[in-house]
Write a protein that binds this ligand. Structure first.
Ligand code: SF4
Ligand code: SF4
Length: 511
C-alpha cells in the first residue's frame, strides 16, 4: 500500500466547504422493522418504469420479482417483504405526480430471510453475463441519481475503460450511509469492485475517499488485494468532491470534457454503496429489497443510518426515528445541497433515497426570513462553481427569461445543480433553483420542437402515401428505382439526383 497516496490531498478546482454535520458516522447501521404496508412505485429509476408481473390478491415472498424491466434502460422490482399484493394503483410520488405503485400488505410473520434467490457462480460469467445479472438485481446508482447500474457499466466499444473510479466521498453534509457501508460491508465492496471491473474491462480501480473519513480509508487500505490493481486515494474534503467529473479529476488527474462522460477519458464511476450491494446480491442471485438511508437533522430524536425496506412509507421511517409530528415543509430527501423537498409524507422510500433530513421549525423560519438582494457582482459564485460557469450572468439571464441564451452562450447544460453558487451568494439569490426552472423550460421547448417535427414528418409521409396511391401503376419510375420527394411547392417534386419535374396529382390527366 502506498502510504503517500493516503496522505496527499488530491482535489479539483473551486468548490465550497459547508459544515459537515456528520454526527451519525460513529453509530453502526440499524435495521428498521417492516411497515404494515409497502408501496413500490414502478418508476424508481431513470428510464422506463418496470412492468408488474404479479396480480392483486397474489401472495409474494421477500426477494420475489414482482415487476420486470421494460427494455434496456429499466430494472425489475422485488418484493421487500412476505405479503399479499393488495393493489396496483396510482399513488403520490416524492416529486408530486402520482405514479403506478404496487401495494403489498405485509404478513405479520415476515422475517429478514430473503426467500427468493438463484445463487450463481460469478467466476464463470462473461462481461455481458455480469451486466445481465446486474440488471436482474434491479440495482441502480444509490448515490441519488438512480440510474440503472447495468446501463452505466455498459460502455460503448469505442471507449475502452482503463479505470473503475469508486466514489467513497460522500461530500454532502449530514449523509453517512456510504461511510458506514465502507466500514461494515468492506468485503462486499471489494467483491463488487471486482465484478464491476470485469464488466467494463478495467485493469485498475481507484477508491476515492474524502480525508474526513480516516477510519474508512484505513479499513479499505488494509483490505485491497496485493498486486496494486485496487488503490485507495484520500481526496480533500470539499464539496462537491463526489461529483463524477470532480472525482475523476482528483483521483486520476484527468479532465472530462464539457458535455462528456468519464468514459471519454477511459473511466467509469460507481458509488461505494452500489458496489457493496452488488458484491452481496450478485453471487446470491438476489434482487434489491432494501437500502441504507441516513435519517438525521435537528428535528430527529434518534438519528442514524438504517437498513430500510424499499417501499417503507416516509411517515413510518420518521415515526421510528423519533419525528412524529413533522410536516412536509421540514423534510429534504438526500443531502441539503442537492436534495429535494418532499411533496407528501405518504410517499415511500425508493431506491434513490440516500437521506431523509428533518429540520425544525426554527431553522425553516430562519431560511424563509432570509431576505433576497440584487446581485452585487461580487464574483463569489464564479469562484465557487466547479464547472467554471458564470452563475451570476446565468442568474441575470434567468431573471430576464433568456433561457435559450443561457443554454447556447452560457453553457447551462454543464451545470449539474451542485448548489455551490447559491451557498456562497451574499445576496441570497436562489441561483440553482432558477437554473432548474430554466433547464425544465428548455427541456419542454426541445420536446415541443421534437413533437412538431415528428408531426410534420408524419403529415409529409401521409401526403406522400396519398400521392403514390394515385400514381399510374405502369409508371416505370418504380421499376427503375427512381424516387421522389415532395418537400417543395404542392404538386411539385424532384427526382433525387435528377431534374425537377411536375407530378400530376391526377394520373388520368396527362401533363
Ligand atoms: S449549481 Fe451549476 S452554476 Fe451553480 S455552482 Fe453548481 S454547477 Fe455551477
Ligand atoms: S455571488 Fe450572488 S451577488 Fe455575488 S456575483 Fe454571484 S449572484 Fe451576484
Amino acid at each position: 500500500m502506498n502510504l503517500f497516496s493516503l496522505t496527499r490531498r488530491k482535489t479539483f478546482a473551486r468548490g465550497v466547504h459547508p459544515a459537515s454535520h456528520k454526527s451519525t458516522a460513529g453509530t453502526p447501521i440499524r435495521r428498521m422493522p417492516f411497515a404494515p404496508r409497502i408501496l413500490l412505485p414502478l418508476a424508481q429509476h431513470i428510464g422506463k418504469p418496470a412492468v408488474p408481473i404479479v396480480s392483486v390478491g397474489q401472495e409474494v415472498v421477500r426477494g420475489q420479482p414482482i415487476a420486470r424491466a421494460d427494455g434496456f434502460l429499466s430494472v425489475p422490482l422485488h418484493a421487500p417483504v412476505d405479503g399479499v399484493v393488495e393493489a396496483i394503483e396510482l399513488r403520490p410520488s416524492a416529486r408530486g405526480p402520482w405514479t403506478e405503485t404496487i401495494v403489498i400488505r405485509t404478513f405479520e410473520a415476515s422475517t429478514q430471510e430473503v426467500r427468493w434467490s438463484e445463487p450463481r457462480d460469478m467466476d464463470a460469467l462473461s462481461a455481458r453475463e455480469i451486466l445481465q445479472a446486474i440488471q436482474d438485481t434491479g440495482m441502480v446508482g444509490l448515490g441519488g441519481a438512480a440510474f440503472p447500474s447495468h446501463a452505466k457499466l455498459s460502455v460503448p466499444e469505442d471507449k475502452p475503460i482503463h479505470t473503475l473510479v469508486v466514489n467513497g466521498c460522500e461530500c454532502e453534509p449530514y449523509l453517512t450511509c456510504d461511510h458506514r457501508l465502507m466500514l461494515e460491508r468492506s468485503a462486499d465492496l471489494m467483491r463488487g469492485i471486482g465484478y464491476a471491473m470485469r464488466a467494463v474491462g478495467a485493469r485498475q480501480a481507484v477508491i476515492g475517499i474524502e480525508d474526513n473519513k480516516p477510519d474508512a480509508i484505513a479499513s479499505l487500505a488494509a483490505m485491497v488485494p496485493e498486486g496494486g490493481q485496487i488503490r485507495v486515494v484520500a481526496v480533500k474534503t470539499k464539496y462537491p468532491q463526489g461529483a463524477e467529473k470532480m472525482l475523476v479529476k482528483a483521483a486520476l488527474g484527468l479532465k472530462v470534457p464539457a458535455g462528456g462522460l468519464p468514459a471519454d477519458v477511459g473511466a467509469v464511476v460507481n458509488n461505494v454503496g452500489t458496489l457493496a450491494m452488488l458484491g452481496s446480491l450478485l453471487p446470491q442471485g438476489q434482487g434489491m429489497t432494501e437500502r441504507v438511508v441516513t435519517v438525521t437533522g435537528p428535528g430527529i430524536k434518534r438519528p442514524g443510518d438504517y437498513w430500510v425496506p424499499l417501499g417503507t412509507p416516509m411517515r413510518t421511517v420518521l415515526d421510528w426515528a423519533g419525528a412524529e409530528s413533522v410536516s412536509e415543509r421540514e423534510i429534504i430527501l438526500g443531502g441539503p445541497m442537492m436534495g429535494q423537498a418532499v411533496a407528501s409524507l405518504d410517499v415511500p422510500v425508493t431506491k434513490g433515497v440516500s437521506g431523509i433530513l428533518v429540520f425544525d421549525q426554527r431553522k425553516i423560519q430562519e431560511e424563509e426570513a432570509r431576505k433576497r438582494y440584487p446581485c452585487i457582482k461580487c464574483g463569489e459564485c464564479v469562484k465557487a462553481c466547479p464547472m467554471g460557469l458564470n452563475p451570476s450572468m446565468l442568474g441575470m439571464l434567468a431573471g430576464a427569461r433568456e433561457y435559450d441564451l443561457m443554454g447556447t452562450d452560457y453553457h447551462l447544460g454543464d451545470c449539474f445543480e451542485c448548489g455551490c453558487c447559491t451557498y456562497v451568494c451574499p445576496s441570497n439569490i436562489p441561483l440553482v433553483q432558477q437554473f432548474r426552472v430554466a433547464k425544465a423550460i428548455l427541456r419542454e421547448r426541445a420536446q415541443a420542437i421534437h413533437e412538431a417535427l415528428a408531426a410534420e414528418q408524419a403529415a409529409a409521409q401521409a401526403e406522400l402515401a396519398q400521392v403514390m396511391e394515385h400514381l399510374p401503376i405502369d409508371d416505370e419510375s418504380h421499376l427503375t428505382g427512381q424516387r421522389f420527394d415532395f418537400g417543395h411547392a404542392e404538386g411539385e417534386g424532384r427526382k433525387l439526383g435528377g431534374s425537377r419535374h411536375k407530378i400530376n396529382p391526377h394520373p388520368t390527366d396527362k401533363p
